[in-house]
Write a protein that binds this ligand. Structure first.
Ligand SMILES: [Zn+2]
Length: 169
């Protein structure tokens, strides 16, 4: 133990003075490598914690995004249209699969009609409609739903990825 380290103040006193902004312990820390290292570590930790507990986007996020949109209109618009087109095509394909399946459509139509009569009949109709759809087109429906989900996610990711590059997030 060097003479300096035996004079080091209690950490609690040091941090209390740090919050107050002045004091004998802070004066000591200025000339003490051990205490200034502790203070620096505390400062960095506090900064990280602040960043972790503040996940909300900055209040001027919309302004930043709009500024970026006006700054580079042609490429960003092309990316936006790519994303929107992917989403639209996904929805159309998903809808097309359902509409092109006569059995599923007629089951759904019957179910819809019956649902007007009573809620219990509606439940049965929906159940049999879902069963019919699954029995007649389980594989294609599952595949199309998976494709729909993935392409939608891809489209959204493209949109989000271009609006907020990680370098400036
Ligand atoms: Zn010290």
């Amino acid at each position: 133990m060097t003479p300096e380290s035996t004079q080091c103040p209690d950490l609690e006193a040091l941090f209390t003075e740090l919050e107050e902004g002045a004091g004998p312990c802070l004066e000591h820390a200025k000339g003490c490598p051990l205490c200034s290292a502790i203070l620096e570590e505390h400062r960095l930790l506090e900064k990280d914690l602040f960043r972790l507990t503040d996940p909300l986007p900055p209040p001027d996020l919309v302004h930043q995004v709009m500024a970026r949109v006006s700054a580079e209109p042609p490429p960003l618009r092309r990316e936006l249209w790519t994303g929107v087109t992917i989403l639209a095509v996904s929805l159309l394909v998903g809808l097309g699969v359902l509409l092109s399946n006569d059995a599923a459509l007629s089951s759904a139509g019957t179910g819809l009609a019956r649902s007007m009569v009573s809620s219990r009949a509606a439940f049965e109709a929906l159940r049999s409609g879902a069963n019919a759809l699954w029995n007649t087109a389980a594989a294609p429906v599952a595949v199309m739903l998976a494709l729909l989900l993935f392409s939608s996610l891809f489209g959204i990711k493209r949109l989000a990825g271009h609006s907020l590059p990680p370098s400036e997030a």
